[in-house]
Ligand binder design. Structure first.
Ligand code: 9MC
Length: 238
C-alpha cells in the first residue's frame, strides 16, 4: 500500500511515545499530583517561552477490559462524545488509513482561558511486547498536532493548542481453571497515558495548572468507566 506523506513522522513519533510511556516514573522528576484507587497522576512543571507545558503521565489499572478494547475506544471517533466531556465539536478531516485519522476538535471554553481547538493525527497500533513474552501484545494510540492547509491555526474564535498524547495499554490475563474459557473477571488492563500540551495562546500558569489538576483525573476516570461500560456485555476482544 502506498504510504501517506505523514507516515515517517507518524511511525517515528509513535515509537518515541511508546518508549517514553514505558519509562518508569521513578526516573526523572515526576511529581504525584492526583490519586484515585489504582490511578496515579504525575506531572513535571515545565514552561516554554512563558507558557505552562507541564508533561503529564498517568498510570491506571482497569479490570474487565483489554488493551485492544481501550485503545480502540480512545481512537474511534464514534465513541468520543461519550467520554470526552470537554468536547464541543469534532470532525475527522482526513482518513489516512484504517489506523490513522486526522481530527479537528474544539473544546468547551474553560473560564478564564479562551476557547481552544486542536488539529492532530491519531494513530492506533499493536506492538509486540519484546520485553515480556508472557504478556499479551501492547496497544498504543498516539495523537500528535499537525498542520492542514484547510484548517490554519488561530483564524477563527479558537486558540490552537499543540499536543502530543499517547495511550499505551497492556492486557494481563489471569489464567482460568482447566478447560474453562477466559471471562472478563480474568483480564486486567494496565494503562499509561502521557500528554504534553502547549496551550497555544497565553493563559495564566496558575489557571492552567488548576484546569489540568481538575480536568485530567476527571477525564481519565470518565474515559475508563466508559470503556468498562461499553465492553461489559460484549465478547472479549484481545
Ligand atoms: O487525550 S486527548 O488527545 C483526547 C482527545 O480529545 C486530549 C486531551 C486533552 C486536551 C486538552 C488540552 C488542553 C486543554 C486546556 C488548554 C487551555 C485550557 C484548556 C484542554 C481543556 C479542555 C480541558 C481538559 C484538560 C485536560 C483533560 C481534558 N480536558 C484539553 C486535548 C486532547
Amino acid at each position: 500500500a502506498i504510504k501517506h506523506r505523514l507516515w515517517p513522522e507518524i511511525d517515528r513519533i509513535t515509537l518515541e511515545q511508546l518508549h517514553y510511556a514505558r519509562l518508569e516514573v521513578g526516573t526523572g522528576s515526576w511529581q504525584l499530583f492526583a490519586e484515585d484507587g489504582d490511578m496515579r497522576m504525575y506531572r513535571r512543571e515545565e514552561e516554554a517561552d512563558g507558557l505552562v507545558v507541564d508533561p503529564l503521565k498517568a498510570c491506571h489499572v482497569v479490570k474487565g477490559v483489554t488493551g485492544h478494547e481501550v485503545c480502540k475506544i480512545f481512537f474511534s471517533p464514534e465513541y468520543r462524545s461519550g467520554w470526552e466531556a470537554t468536547l464541543e465539536d469534532m470532525t475527522v478531516v482526513e482518513n489516512i488509513s484504517n489506523d490513522t485519522l486526522v481530527f479537528l476538535q474544539t473544546h468547551k471554553r474553560i473560564w478564564p482561558a479562551s476557547q481552544r481547538d486542536a488539529l492532530f493525527w491519531s494513530h492506533i497500533r499493536k506492538v509486540p511486547d519484546e520485553q515480556d513474552v508472557e504478556a499479551q501484545d501492547l496497544w498504543i494510540v498516539c495523537n500528535q498536532s499537525t498542520e492542514h492547509p484547510e484548517y490554519p491555526a488561530n483564524t477563527g474564535k479558537c486558540v490552537r493548542i499543540y499536543l502530543t498524547v499517547c495511550l499505551v495499554c497492556q492486557t494481563l490475563v489471569n489464567p482460568p481453571k482447566e478447560n474453562e474459557e477466559i471471562n472478563r473477571e480474568d483480564i486486567t488492563c494496565k494503562i499509561t497515558y502521557c500528554s504534553v500540551v502547549n496551550p497555544g495562546g497565553w493563559a495564566p500558569a496558575a489557571v492552567l495548572r488548576a484546569v489540568y489538576k481538575r480536568e485530567y483525573p476527571k477525564f481519565l476516570k470518565r474515559f475508563t468507566n466508559f470503556c468498562i461500560d461499553q465492553c461489559k456485555d460484549k465478547p472479549i476482544e484481545f
